[in-house]
Write a protein that binds this ligand. Structure first.
Ligand SMILES: CC(C)(COP(=O)(O)OP(=O)(O)OC[C@H]1O[C@@H](n2cnc3c(N)ncnc32)[C@H](O)[C@@H]1OP(=O)(O)O)[C@@H](O)C(=O)NCCC(=O)NCCS
Length: 323
């Protein structure tokens, strides 16, 4: 059967989907294991997310990865993503990164354990705990999987909790035309997308609403990137949608973040327009690929990104030390 160490790996699950003439009917599913609890397991399959009650599982096992990115590719992308979301307070533990931003966002307030921490793993985790204690913050480690699976196993043993899995998704630029009905009739058709080098006060208010406040460190995270654009979408003079684009990783990677449409304006193609505009800017800035990070259970966003050709490159778990 499966264990927590299998999270982030490709598995096949044979499940019982019914009974016919007293005999069980089986169905097989193949995908990446993104979550494993006592009652359910969640697979990311080519057809989308599949949640299977453990009681229905007849057999499950790990299978070899297909087209898995190399470790070097995951490291390069994680470093480009770190550059795109820069924590103002930083430290290093060998190759590992230590990041702090007044607690604003998991990514900017977590250690990134990629490469060699220059000491045995238990001592490295101890050092992370000390560094965050010095910042007056809870220790958090962001584990890209399966690359950082050994770190994950050490944290399991220490009883660290895991936040919901995050998918790191990529797509080649230019993005695939999504075929979304954009610019529908009526008021949404008049939407204007404006890309600026700085966020407006209203833009920051939307980001604050999303991420819970906006300390000074947050402004640094959002703006301290050489190539960055803030998408503002106005309808009838009111800001109804936002997004952020960065180009990092030696100019290769367009990063999309903070894409948000006010509830009243959803399903009108506005997020699609934000992505279109940021992607066009990324292409003009020389980027060849796009990446983004999305929580696995954010089905609306995952569906949106799939329309543009985004696919999961790898996943990560945000691990939090027990109190
Ligand atoms: C995700 C979000 C940005 C989508 O914005 P939106 O303007 O409603 O999206 P669009 O109208 O451009 O949708 C384009 C396509 O995405 C998919 N999609 C968008 N919302 C969806 C939903 N709730 N359920 C299923 N598919 C959805 C559909 O394929 C849709 O095309 P269709 O309307 O022709 O079916 C919006 O729901 C939102 O702001 N959510 C909260 C913030 C958030 O989660 N942001 C993403 C962080 S990674």
């Amino acid at each position: 059967m499966l264990r927590q160490q299998d999270v982030g790996h490709r598995i096949v699950v044979r499940r019982i989907v019914g009974i016919r003439e007293g005999r069980p009917l089986f169905s097989d599913a193949l995908g990446e294991l993104v979550e494993l609890s006592e009652t359910h397991l969640t697979l990311s399959t080519a057809q989308g997310q599949l949640r299977v009650p453990v009681a229905q599982v007849h057999r499950a096992k790990r299978v070899p990865p297909t087209r898995r990115p190399t470790a070097a590719a995951v490291v390069a992308l994680e470093r480009a993503a770190d550059e795109a979301w820069p924590a103002p307070t930083r430290g290093q533990l060998g190759d590992w990164l230590l990041r702090s931003a007044d607690g604003w966002s998991g990514r900017a307030n977590s250690a990134l354990p990629i490469g060699d921490p220059d000491r045995p793993l238990p001592a490295a985790v101890d050092a992370v705990e000390r560094w965050y204690a010095e910042q007056g913050q809870p220790p958090i480690i962001n584990t890209p999987l399966p690359l950082a699976a050994p770190v994950g196993a050490e944290l399991d043993a220490r009883g660290w909790a895991a936040r919901p899995p995050v998918l790191v998704q990529t797509a080649p630029l230019p993005l695939r035309p999504p075929g979304i009905a954009v610019g529908p009739a009526g008021r949404w058709g008049s939407a204007v997308v404006d890309l600026s080098t700085a966020p407006s006060a209203e833009w920051l208010a939307v980001a604050a609403g999303r991420k819970g406040g906006l300390p000074d460190a947050a402004r640094h995270v959002l703006t301290a990137v050489g190539q960055v654009r803030f998408a503002h979408v106005y309808v009838d003079g009111a800001l109804v949608a936002v997004g952020r684009g960065t180009v990092t990783g030696q100019g290769r990677w367009l990063g999309l973040s903070l894409i948000e449409v006010l509830p009243v304006a959803r399903r009108q193609g506005l997020a699609g327009r934000v992505i279109d505009e940021l992607a066009a800017w990324g292409v003009s800035a020389g980027a060849t690929h796009a990446f983004l990070q999305v929580e696995q259970h954010n089905t609306a966003a995952v569906a949106l990104y799939r329309r543009f050709g985004f696919a999961t490159h790898h996943t990560y778990l945000t691990r939090v030390a027990p109190h």
